[in-house]
Design a binder for this molecule. Structure first.
Ligand code: ATP
Ligand code: MG
Length: 632
């Protein structure tokens, strides 16, 4: 069945009377909803509420206890998993894995290549081993795989985990132009609201769907719960009144009839349960005393993965103080995790030295540690494992504060949701006292309420915290110093994230350029004309070194945009011809090509914008320096 015919459906997917339990845990109780054409739905709910499970039910990977999910014939559903699992040895092969075999045996790899390029992979990366990619690029590869298979319904489970701010922007643009249906799970509400038309929330074992944003949904839920609570309190008061009546007049024969009828009323009354409080994560880190001042000092540290590659980290210096709150920020694949690994002593620097205070007690929440959890162990065993000498009682206590109380502590890691796994990792950190905590994107997978608890715990911790996050909300709430990976450099910024944005900003080397150039100009006051000329010549040289390549990049971007615009023009002409003869297949493939070109143009324009801005800033700086030179 071709695509055009499918769009004739009125309802794409219907769920009726769906129930699902795991043991004593009820996830869904008699849930019904449907998905209509063109809807982009945000799916929200606390960690462990069953979002991923709902996807698995839709895909038929999991059976409901009762109820059904109906999907029209020929309607295809694809899933971006929260967990990453690669089987091929190259990026390109992996991306081609889910390609539908083309009916005429055409080679479709070119299309996959263009999707990969759109997602920021360079040609040379096509042959890399997917497992060697950084977390962010692994997510992009997963996404490329699915986009290549062109489903009707796209299911995305937390696609922004491990994605940097720039890639998230790209993804928003892409998803907003998605022509069919999609359901998106993310704990990032801003991201969700900028992509979706509808919101669906899992709350107290049921599902509610509305047109509009998450805020609207949660407002409705709060209102309903208030009404529900008022009705319950009212009911309770009435029941009490009836009971009083019955007790008072029970003994009077003249009222026997009335009493009997009241008793029947009582029996018929349904008792409304008070809504239970939803559990919240509540914990503090376990502080180790620290008598000194500096915990760790990195001195001119450089590191690269291979000898011929440019160093990922070059001449890096920092001293970490007792109460520091340092955020490490920068795009995917720039070396943030590597830096944490160096500071944690898991990698050795190629050059320079890292000195540790003898009283240092370190705890490390690694980005890949989720994968190190043993699927066959229980939550309790994992926590005990972090420190075998620990008593069972205190391990139970830690499980409880991570919301695994009672039998929940005996759940196997293999069945845990993404957020639950993150909570196990935090629990393991709490076992041993620490005075330096390293956190690598701890907020991935955690729901908003849990992120608030995490921030509160960091706030009250007496030791130092070094963390990587892409969440601007967390950066603002915690960071007082920054390690910035930007424009191929790594530098320390003494200030908050807002101060950084205000004074420096991303992709802006102003301060660095200034300091180096100031050094050249400094000895001007007492120099001879000859020296002045030399300085001027050097300045001209350095201007063309800086502006030349920028100009070249700008020109090649402009050419690429013109090429793409011409291609769209040609495609449009062909599209008219194909429409005239009713060639459905060509129409589809041309529409895709036009769509992809538009997205690529959008990306190139963004890049152009950035480069033009940088070119302008740099030119102004040189201008100022020439002026300064004139005045000497
Ligand atoms: N096979 C299973 N056996 C037992 N319990 C399970 C199984 N699969 C999932 N669960 C439990 O069901 C609940 C829902 O899991 P699910 O992965 O759907 O949550 P989620 O809403 O996606 O959460 P998160 O936001 O953390 O990703 C969790 O408490 C999980 O531990
Ligand atoms: Mg999940």
């Amino acid at each position: 069945m071709n695509h055009e015919l499918q769009r004739g459906f009125i309802i794409m997917l219907t769920v009726t009377g769906l129930s699902k339990t795991y043991g004593r845990q009820i996830l869904f109780d008699n849930v019904s909803f449907s998905i209509n054409p063109g809807e982009r739905i945000g799916l929200t709910g606390r960690n462990g509420s069953g979002k991923t499970t709902l996807f698995r039910l839709m895909l038929g990977e999991e059976e409901p206890d009762s109820g059904e999910i109906r999907i029209p014939n020929g309607y295809t559903v694809q899933y971006l998993s929260q967990h990453i699992n690669f089987t091929k040895s190259s990026v390109l092969e992996e991306a081609c894995l889910d390609l539908k075999a083309a009916e005429d045996g055409r080679d479709e790899t070119y299309r996959v290549k263009s999707i990969l390029s759109g997602l920021g992979f360079s040609q040379s990366e096509f042959h890399r081993n997917p497992r060697h990619l950084s977390g962010g690029f692994q997510v992009r590869l997963n996404l490329a795989k699915i986009l290549a298979s062109e489903p009707n319904l796209l299911l995305l489970d937390e696609p922004t985990n491990y994605l940097d701010i720039v890639s998230v922007r790209w993804l928003i643009q892409f998803l907003r132009t998605w022509k069919d249906e999609l359901i998106l799970i993310t704990h990032d509400r801003t991201f969700m609201n900028s992509v979706t038309t509808h919101t669906m929330g899992i709350h107290r074992q049921s599902i509610r769907k509305i047109a509009g944003s998450t805020e609207k949904l949660y407002q409705q839920i709060i209102q309903d719960e208030e009404v529900c609570e008022k009705t319950r309190a009212n009911d309770e008061r009435k029941t009490k009144e009836i009971e009083l009546f019955v007790n008072r007049f029970r003994a009077q024969a003249s009222r026997a009839k009335a009493v009997q009828s009241k008793i029947r009323m009582l029996e018929k009354r349904e008792k409304r349960e008070k809504l239970t409080e939803l559990p919240e994560l509540d914990f503090t880190f376990n502080p180790a005393p620290f008598p000194g001042k500096w915990l760790v000092e990195a001195d001119d540290v450089s590191f690269s993965f291979s000898d011929d590659a440019l160093p990922l980290i070059h001449a890096f210096k920092i001293a970490v103080k007792k109460n520091d709150r340092i955020a490490i920020i920068g795009k995917n694949g720039k070396g943030k995790t590597t830096l944490l690994n160096l500071l944690a002593g898991e990698f050795q620097p190629g050059q320079g030295e890292i000195r540790y205070n003898q009283n240092l007690k370190l705890a490390y929440f690694g980005q890949t540690n989720v994968a190190r959890l043993d699927p066959d162990k229980t939550v309790l065993e994992e926590v005990l494992n972090a420190h075998p000498a620990h008593s069972l009682g205190s391990a139970r206590g830690i499980c409880g504060s991570m919301m695994f109380d009672g039998d929940n502590a005996l759940k196997k890691v293999s069945v845990l949701s993404g957020g639950e796994k993150s909570r196990v990792l935090i629990g393991k950190l709490l076992v041993s006292p620490a005075n330096l905590i390293l956190l690598d994107e701890p907020d991935n997978h955690l729901d908003t309420e849990s992120i608030d608890s995490l921030i509160a715990a960091v706030d009250t911790f007496t030791g130092a915290v070094l963390f990587v996050t892409h969440s601007e909300m967390i950066l603002r709430a915690i960071a007082t110093r920054l390690i910035v990976f930007d424009n191929g450099k790594i530098s320390v910024f003494e200030g908050t994230y807002d101060e950084f944005l205000e004074r420096i900003g991303w992709e802006d080397e102003k301060s660095i350029a200034k300091t180096t150039n100031e050094k050249t100009i400094e000895p001007q006051n007492k120099v001879s004309r000859k020296d002045m000329r030399r300085v001027r010549a050097r300045l001209i040289e350095s201007r063309s070194k800086v502006l030349g390549p920028l100009q070249q990049e700008i020109e090649s971007l402009e050419k690429a945009i013109t090429r793409l615009e011409n291609r769209i023009e040609d495609d449009n002409q062909s599209l008219i011809r194909a429409s005239n003869v009713g060639d459905g297949r060509t129409i589809t493939s041309l529409s895709i090509s036009i769509h992809n070109s538009k997205i690529e143009i959008e990306r190139l324009f963004d890049e152009l914008d950035r480069l033009a801005g940088e070119h302008h800033r740099k030119s102004m700086e040189f201008e100022e320096q020439f002026n300064a030179l004139e005045q000497v």
